[in-house]
Design a protein around this ligand. Sequence first.
Ligand code: SF4
Length: 339
Amino acid sequence: MSVIEKELQKKTEQENDYILEAKNLKKYFPIKGGVLKRTVGHVKAVDDVSLNIIRGETLGVVGESGSGKSTLGRVILRLLDPTGGQIVFENEDITTLNNRQLRPFRKDMQIVFQDPFASLNPKMNVQELIEEPLLVQTSLSKSERKEKAIDLLGKVGLRPDARLKYPHEFSGGQRQRISIARALALNPKFIICDEPVSALDVSIQAQVLNLMADLQDEFNLTYLFIAHDLSVVKHISDRVAVMYLGRIAEIAPKKNLYEAPLHPYTEALLSAVPSTDVLAKREKIILKGDLPSPSNPPSGCAFRTRCPKAHERCAIDRPDLINVSEGHYVACHLYDNQN
Ligand code: SF4
């Protein structure tokens, strides 16, 4: 990139209103071994991830199981403590805040989990589930909390009488609607959606995705949308990040990523997505082997053991995420002008 292009890029970045910035985030889980249970290694679930999320957008994060995408979401929300790096939410560094200091931020940052049956306490009825965060974070009266619950149920397409029922009395799609209502109770600004439709039937997935898109407009929400299904991510995202073994392989506006992927891993993932468009059909790329262990990733480029375009340098140098066009970044030696 020329100096002028770099300046333009910098200017664009400065003009963006980032709600969240993750800088060089790491999350390593220790591996204990031996009689004394000493740390003998680390699972590098998130390994030097930097990304910015623009206010009002949906940033999709895709990758295979084990790529670190869910751990990244939990670290960003401080549900897990990072091993290194920095998390900035609305220009406030929240990386090392304790629970008490995090409390004002908790209401602005919520999460919707994959399995609503596991995330909703089966002993609580819907009213209790929705008002639980209100009891902790607000001074609303009982009647105000009831009114709020009824209002939120309406927003997610459920009837007022649903508030007296228990999670097991609902279908999977309805339970996820309740999870969304609960996440909205405190009027958050930012929601991490961790595989929110993966457990649902395909016919229900689109309904829940459309609901989430409508709520985003109505409540001016920003989403980090984590999923392994590229079709689902395409449906809802403005930009998409592809993760591989704890790192970002590629990040780009949706159109660029789906129509002109650059990273060989993204190309392989997209080639496996069924398409009804004959012209858009790509030759299927079969990746060899399984995802390597994040406790012992390959040297150089982590993808090199499965990459059909790997060359000598890939085993030696770890590729940096470089900017190749507006908003399009890729971590691959094929694009860094030195391969
Ligand atoms: S750096 Fe090398 S191994 Fe990694 S994706 Fe690019 S070509 Fe493949």
